[in-house]
Design a protein around this ligand. Sequence first.
Ligand code: SF4
Length: 347
Amino acid sequence: MLHSDPNTDSHRKIWTAEGARAVFDLPLMDLLFQAQTVHRQHFDPNRVQLSRLLSIKTGGCPEDCSYCSQSARHASGLSASKLMEVERVLAEARRARDAGATRYCMGAAWRSPKARDMPQIIAMVEGVKALGMETCMTLGMLDADQSRQLADAGLDYYNHNIDTSEAHYGNVITTRSFADRLDTLDTVRQAGIKVCSGGILGLGEGPQDRVDMLVTLANLPVAPESVPINMLIPVEGTPLADAAPVDPIDFVRMIATARIMMPRSHVRLSAGRTAMSDEMQAMCFFAGANSIFVGDTLLTKDNPEEESDMRLFAKLGLQPMQAHEHHPDAARRAELLAADPAIPILR
Ligand code: SF4
């Protein structure tokens, strides 16, 4: 099912489509048990990283992603805005930090940034870094020079989702290719920026497309540090306005499979949480999700209010992760081992 990759360290595995599908199709209880076991080997299972997302330039995008309200090609009724002023972004970031967010993600609805936008973008990265937060940006396709400029400014993460499988990609987006997506991921990685890349469920894909998307991500030369898994929020006026809803158990399966295939990555429960019950979110956390977006809007979509997130965390005994806390610290590892020496904690 798995083969070791001789080019990387001994933890690294190359996944086949069949091997990944076999995991995805496990009886649910076996899948969840395996995912939770893997999760505990690499992370504190009771800590969840909180990211905050701000749209720094909304709407008017020339791309035709069929799920997106920001495409200028769809009649979603969203009006385009200009790139936000740096001071406003920093004021929002400060508020997010004070409310507990440790990572600040800034998204612009572009095919790719223009040279004239770079100084403003760089000032945003530097300013948010100075607040002690991790920085993430999603700006569309980047070339090597833009990636280097962002790396020099101190950008921690670049988000660039592959969305779905290579086979299904052309049914969802026609203005760029799956290969374009992988090129930007490679360029960003080469510049030394950490990668955030995942996809969306509910785009009319089948189960094999879902698995194939995870295989692409897990088999990248270095797996993404963050893997957002989104559930489509259908938007009026977009081609996917009437898309069939995603089955909640299928969504949980996807989270668990992502956790098993990318054991060291943060798996993020992203868009679509407003449509998820507390029970479904709890299952996702058990399946290995350990990151969420907080705040009441996600670019242009609703997101659960922070208060309801904190109520859910209290009910589940979850704690927010600190900035730059990626693995259990020494004290916490000792605590977990003392509680159950059989738990194989990452050392
Ligand atoms: S998903 Fe991004 S690239 Fe695609 S239309 Fe929306 S803003 Fe543009």
